[in-house]
Design a protein around this ligand. Structure first.
Ligand SMILES: *Cc1c(COP(=O)(O)O)cnc(C)c1O
Length: 471
């Protein structure tokens, strides 16, 4: 009973509480609110007892899918385990109770965390400058491209009108280019699924502002020509922006600055673990070169004789979020990085190992369009005649959140599996077992799935076009 309403469980006059009569003089509503501001009809609220309320919401919460209940290999989204130590850090009263307008002198601890995190993200990326302001990956992208735009404005270079994105790009990349008032143009792929360098070489000129590259790209493949790509852009005075939403595979192994990139965004909520399903809190912190540093959003944390202080970078694009970014997420990322220390590299190694294990064991049954060493995720296709959507729905009956399907767009019937480093071999084996079993299941039976979920198969196209968010 997924969409049952608590109102239907109520009976008129039933109460879950009683309040004592007030022992102070109270004013009548009529004396406080004018007639037209007063509700004319009784509000239709559920009239229920306390156990009914508790059961209603507990049962609803049990229909919620989360990394804390099941394996969740949603490609590109990095649904890794969120260590509870992070939550403990974010709940420390000195942090949780801080007011964003508190004077700097009273918030030195929080500013220190931000300053140290800027340092960590600088070290991990190889870039000298960081901003913690953007509150989501998409916002980190937009911030980065707005900085690039402002750089050219500042340099009096007015002809930069285009931003190039590869065919495999996450949808937020072309959206970012468009939002920043650039024309978004697409570059194709080579036989490895990587940016086609020769095609790019023919495309770039003095109207190019930047290329947005994702590395590893959304096929899970490492862009092996990234250094050459950076050169191609730099030759025409353009920038290389790296979408670092999935830095899992790079931690301690590859630094975007060394590879020739000029600016990047992180997804702290993905790579450094904050629960983020359903649009939950994020941070799209950015890191950039010396040349772009003066354009960072306001403020950044610096040290002075008085201690840690908030500073507006010289040619800042201005504010991109209220106050100081998503501080709780910053705290969790700081904690995660501190906990791992130099072993952060193990995160990358395990994420890559797990994805390749899945690839190796599905090979032969599933088709692997780019069957070479992958990074943190792998794209597979169902056996001939089977649909990715049907396998995905079948996985729900096996107790798994389906992988990302039909993305990246360049692969027909794509299933993008990202196991993350936090899963054991046993979990992966069980999941692979389910995938192999579904590959053998008849199409007719698969079309029925899911049969054990709170709802049967939904009309997703209609749900998207005729969204009914209330009833
Ligand atoms: C998740 C993701 C984004 C967007 O991040 P949000 O925090 O959801 O805005 C951008 N690019 C890639 C490659 C991603 O995986």
């Amino acid at each position: 009973m997924p969409f049952n309403l608590i109102r239907d469980k109520g009976r008129e006059g039933r109460r879950g509480y009683t309040l004592p009569k007030p022992d102070v003089e109270t004013r009548k509503l009529e004396d406080v609110l004018p007639e037209k501001a007063r509700r004319q009809e009784k509000l239709r609220l559920a009239e229920v007892d306390e156990p009914t309320v508790i059961r209603h919401y507990t049962n609803l919460s049990r229909q919620n899918w989360g990394i804390d209940t099941n394996f969740y290999p949603l490609g590109s989204c990095t649904m890794k385990h969120n260590p509870r130590a992070n939550e403990a850090a974010a709940a420390v009263p000195g942090f949780a109770g801080l007011h964003p307008l508190q004077p700097e002198a009273q918030a030195q601890g929080a500013l220190q965390v931000m300053h140290e995190l800027q340092g960590f993200l600088s070290e991990i990326s190889g870039f000298p400058a960081v901003s913690l302001q953007p509150m989501a990956g998409a916002q980190g992208e937009l911030t980065s491209i707005l900085m690039v735009k402002k750089y050219f404005e500042d340099a009096g270079d007015e002809g930069r009108t285009t931003v190039i994105v590869p065919e495999t790009a996450h949808g937020t990349n072309p959206a970012t280019a468009t939002m920043a008032d650039f024309k978004s143009v697409e570059v194709g792929l080579d036989e490895h699924g990587c940016v086609a360098v020769e095609e790019l070489r023919d495309m770039v000129d003095e109207t190019t502002a930047a290329l947005m590259i994702t590395n590893p790209n959304t096929l899970g493949v490492y862009e092996r020509n990234i250094a050459e790509i950076a050169e191609v852009l730099h030759e025409v005075g353009a920038f290389l922006y790296m979408d670092g939403a999935n830095m899992n595979a790079n931690l301690g192994r590859m630094r975007p600055a060394d590879a020739g990139a000029d600016i990047m965004h992180y997804n702290l909520h993905k790579t450094f673990s904050t629960p983020h399903g359903g649009g939950g809190p994020g941070s799209g912190a950015i890191a950039c070169s010396e040349a772009l540093a003066p354009f960072r959003p306001d403020p950044v944390v610096e040290t002075s004789e008085e201690g840690y202080t908030l500073v507006r970078p010289e040619k800042s694009i201005g504010r991109v979020s209220t106050f100081h970014g998503n501080f709780g997420v910053l705290l969790k990322a700081w904690n995660y990085i501190k906990m791992h220390g130099p072993e952060l590299r193990d995160v990358a190694d395990m994420a890559v190992l797990n994805a390749n294990y899945v690839r190796a064991r599905l090979r032969g049954t599933y088709r692997i369009p780019y069957d070479e060493l992958c990074k943190h995720e792998v794209v597979v296709q169902p056996p001939e005649g089977k649909k990715a959507l049907d396998i995905a729905k079948g996985l729900i009956d096996h107790g798994y959140h389906p992988p990302t399907v039909y993305f990246p767009l360049v692969v027909k019937e794509a299933m993008l599996v990202e196991p993350t480093e936090s899963e054991s071999k046993e979990t992966l084996d069980d999941f692979i077992g389910a995938m192999l079993e579904l590959a053998e299941t008849s199409p007719e039976e698969l079309e029925e799935a899911p049969t054990h979920a709170p709802t049967r198969r939904l009309d997703e196209a209609r749900a998207a076009r005729k969204l009914k968010a209330r009833w």
